[in-house]
Design a protein around this ligand. Structure first.
Ligand SMILES: [Zn+2]
Length: 344
């Protein structure tokens, strides 16, 4: 579900919480007055803190967490913040209601959302943190020819010389990601990548890794028949389920994770050959007056990287300026019908 209102998303979480034994905790309020809530379930095992919709137009992690909450019984202990950025989620924007990128606010903690996440960690004392995001369809594994459906990262806990605890946390995160790499490979071969672990001091991944919490960032992307990322969400739920019974191993091997190709960008999302040239388009999603729609935007990129879709038409497009947006109806009138598997 690419877009739902905040109220509907919260209602779905509360229904799951009521039916499957999750306790709701209020952690703050957004600038526009929406509650920032978490859901707790205390079991044994690992203590896992996970959040999604930190960027309000990246909902795949939310769908995965919601499906995970609907399971009968957890082995591990959880503190879940599925709608960390309520105003951004309502508006379907990256930023919070005051224009802040919450994932650049880990140190300053000027936003209510950053403070809520820090409060959750202080209260819960997690061993593992999961930072769930979406990435744009134009990302792909370096030298690959299809979108990166899963891009994984175990960020650094220190820019230069980590303490033993910081190093141990990163190796633990890398090892879980290595396990997940092997779980993902049979179904998603060619669609897996990893980010470089350049140290971003104001990001939450680095902030928690620094504290010795094994932190993983997962960016879900499209696959060629699944631009809505519904299949990616289902797969992400399977990874959360796998983590639920994961036992820390004496010898951890990050090898399969480290062997993944790096995440690269940008690919061409759609290339159209028309009678007097070539048009490069990319998907443009928006929510206006509570209604989601997607269009195509003229892109700056010319013949670089792989291409997800390629079409030919006898229509003449002229030279539309970069940033111009075409509706699907307009493109259909030119005889072009994109099939995106976009189940909104
Ligand atoms: Zn994000």
């Amino acid at each position: 579900m690419r877009y739902q209102s905040f109220n509907l998303r919260l209602a779905r979480l509360r229904e799951a919480a009521q039916n499957f034994g999750w306790q709701e905790v209020l952690l703050g309020a957004s600038a526009q007055g929406r509650p920032i809530v978490g859901f707790i379930q205390e079991g044994g095992g690992q203590r896992i803190l996970a959040w999604s919709l930190m960027h309000g137009n990246e909902p795949t992690g939310y769908e995965a967490i919601l499906a995970f909450m609907r399971r009968p019984k957890c082995e591990s202990s959880y503190f879940l913040l599925p709608i960390l950025n309520p105003d951004g989620a309502e508006a379907f924007t990256r930023f919070n209601g005051e224009g802040v990128d919450v994932n650049r606010d880990a140190r300053a903690q000027e936003s209510a959302e950053a403070r809520a996440l820090v409060m959750a960690a202080k209260r819960f004392h997690p061993h593992i943190a999961l930072n769930l995001h979406d990435q744009r369809p134009r990302f792909y594994p370096e030298a690959g020819s299809m979108p990166a459906t899963f891009s994984l990262l175990a960020p650094k806990g220190h820019p230069d010389v980590p303490t033993p605890a910081q190093q141990q946390a990163q190796i633990k995160a890398q090892s879980i990601l290595a396990r997940w790499t092997q779980l993902l490979l049979p179904s998603w071969e060619g669609g897996l990548a990893r980010f470089d672990d350049q140290f971003y001091p104001t990001a939450f991944g680095e902030f928690f890794q620094e504290q010795g919490i094994a932190t993983m960032t997962i960016e879900t992307g499209i696959s060629l028949g699944d631009w809505s990322r519904a299949e990616a969400a289902t797969q992400l739920t399977h990874l959360l389920t796998d983590l639920d019974t994961w036992q820390e191993e004496a010898v951890m091997d990050p090898g399969p994770y480290l062997a993944l190709p790096m995440n690269a960008s940008p690919a061409n999302e759609w290339v159209i050959h028309h009678v007097n040239g070539v048009l490069h388009l990319r998907l443009h999603e928006q929510v206006a007056a509570g209604v989601y729609s997607c269009h195509w935007m003229v892109d700056t990129w010319l013949d670089q990287g792989p291409t997800w879709m390629e079409s030919r038409t006898t229509h003449a497009f002229g030279s539309p300026p970069v940033g111009e947006v075409f509706t699907t109806e307009f493109l259909q009138a030119a005889g072009l019908v994109p099939d995106l598997g976009l189940k909104i």
